[in-house]
Design a protein. Structure first.
Length: 506
């Protein structure tokens, strides 16, 4: 007889602490989203320490988001089945162990493995944060405020990652991972005390084959894409075969979801044109933000010669404008409507990128800051409008599935941004770096792996040949960066136009 009153008292206690729970969940989310971009500033220091190949470097940066994206679906359903609180606590433990392993990695492969494990921990935590917010905020007005804060933290985390990385890499590149451990030691006992238990739906069917298809499909597509661009591990034909195999697995996954009565991912929602447009907006917005952050962080350090901390400070306008864009979007959206806000945000990013096509190895202090402001503000405005489109076009009964798809699009956009734009940069950079007199061919091969690798080789060679090599590598990277930006501008412009045409006027 006492069980029911005790349960009601426990629920009431968590409701009383709901804002403290929100702070805890947002700090957990910030930890996850920052890790997607924290390495962007650390690339030169990491390259000097571990000497990864260009493909290994892309995997070190990218494997985190590419593991998180498909696992969000799986752990979202497992949280419903076995309890979200239990999953968050386990995720904290996995994230802490993986952070230690990453900080003390001595080879590129060890760091790739540790980053993949970080992705597993992040995927265990992230879906539960949104679900618990929906559970403890029963008032619709308060829930809207809480979800708005959650969304702002999710977007700002990716933007603030390079700034945190720039501060920590000055101490030691491993510090960008080691900093997670003391934070988790504070979050774990707070989570044990504050997080509510959630009802378990153990009878709900869980399809392991669907989970395997989504994970293997996304990883195969990413691996095939990277290898097709670099060819460092296998011939082009084999890479294309893996790419096609991954696409086939994803097609099988989609067909299976359409047939299952309780799918892992509610792909039937994509029958709504507005929903699909919103998901593409999220995907392309994060794709541009995260992928270009990596390229521009390397441009600042290795082309313009900024220190990691100075590069992070110069990227601060991107962070601040992204945060202000999220706050301003709440006021812009009701006045302009979904279509104009999302389309205008994406177009602003494309316009802000255009001036960089004229840049070389010279400084552009003020113009760089103006471009960063336009990129950050435009991306965040577009993301908020896209998120609103997704949730407003999905029926209330399928809101959970819509949220899972939005989270997956966010992480997949981050992973694909690095994979696609990084591969394009590598493909254009390597052939453009021709032999330099006085530099052995073996050293040139290492220099062609990446700009960070070229800087490391140039310091080893030294003298006039080393200076000549670094100058040639900088110009080759600038040419590759221009190509990457052309692709980004084209994608953003096409998406902005498609949004303007496909979404109905509000």
């Amino acid at each position: 007889m006492e069980a029911a009153p005790a349960a009601r008292r426990a629920i009431r206690a968590h409701l009383d602490n709901r804002w403290a729970v929100l702070v805890l969940l947002c700090l957990s989310l910030l930890l996850i989203t920052v890790d997607a971009t924290v390495l962007h500033i650390a690339v030169p220091a990491l390259t000097a320490a571990l000497e990864p190949s260009s493909v290994q470097l892309l995997w070190i940066i990218d494997v985190y988001s590419l593991v998180v994206a498909p696992l969000l679906i799986m752990f979202g359903t497992l949280g419903d089945r076995y309890g979200r609180r239990r999953l968050v606590l386990a995720g904290f433990a996995v994230f802490g162990v993986a952070s230690l392993a990453a900080a003390f990695s001595v080879t590129p492969l060890a760091l790739i493995g540790a980053r993949a494990l970080l992705g597993v921990g992040g995927a265990m935590i992230m879906p539960a944060t949104l679900s618990i917010i929906r559970q403890i905020f029963t008032d619709r007005r308060e829930r809207a405020i809480a979800l708005g804060i959650w969304s702002a933290v999710a977007a700002a985390g990716a933007a603030v990652g390079p700034l945190i990385g720039g501060v920590l890499v000055g101490i030691w590149w491993g510090a960008v991972f080691l900093i997670n451990v003391p934070i988790l030691l504070v979050l774990l006992p707070a989570a044990i005390k504050l997080l509510p238990d959630t009802p378990r739906r153990a009878m709900r069917p869980w399809d392991g084959l669907s989970a395997a298809l989504s994970v293997l499909g996304i990883l195969a597509v990413a691996f095939g894409l990277k290898e097709a661009g670099s060819g460092s591990l296998m011939p082009l034909g084999a890479a294309l075969a893996i790419l096609a195999g991954g696409a086939g697995l994803l097609a099988w996954f989609v067909r299976r979801q359409l047939r299952l009565p309780s799918p892992l991912l509610d792909v039937a929602l994509f029958r709504s044109r507005a929903f699909t447009t919103g998901v593409v907006g999220v995907l392309l917005g994060v794709f541009a933000l995260v992928g270009l952050q990596l390229m521009l962080a390397q441009y600042l350090q290795l082309v313009l010669g900024d220190s990691p901390l100075l590069a992070a400070v110069r990227m601060l306008p991107l962070v601040l404008s992204a945060i202000s864009g999220g706050l301003a979007a709440a006021h812009i959206l009701p006045k302009l409507g979904l279509r104009a806000t999302m389309s205008g945000g994406l177009a602003l990013v494309a316009i802000s990128l255009a001036p960089t096509l004229t840049w070389g190895v010279e400084q552009h202090g003020l113009m760089l800051a103006i471009c960063f402001v336009g990129i950050g503000f435009g991306v965040q405005v577009a993301l908020l409008a896209a998120s609103d489109t997704i949730m407003s076009s999905a029926p209330e009964s399928r809101a959970g599935g819509a949220a899972a798809i939005e989270e997956t699009a966010y992480e997949l956009g981050a992973g694909l941004g690095v994979a696609v734009l990084g591969t394009i940069t590598t493909v254009v950079y390597a052939p453009g770096l021709r032999a330099v007199p006085g530099v052995p061919e073996e050293s040139m091969d290492r220099a062609r792996q990446s700009l960070a690798g070229a800087a490391h080789v140039a310091s080893e060679v030294g003298g006039t040949p080393g200076v000549a090599l670094l100058n040639a590598a900088r110009w080759s990277f600038v040419h590759a960066l221009h190509t990457t930006i052309v692709v980004s501008v084209a994608l953003l412009s096409i998406t902005a136009l498609a949004v303007a045409m496909l979404l109905r006027r509000d």
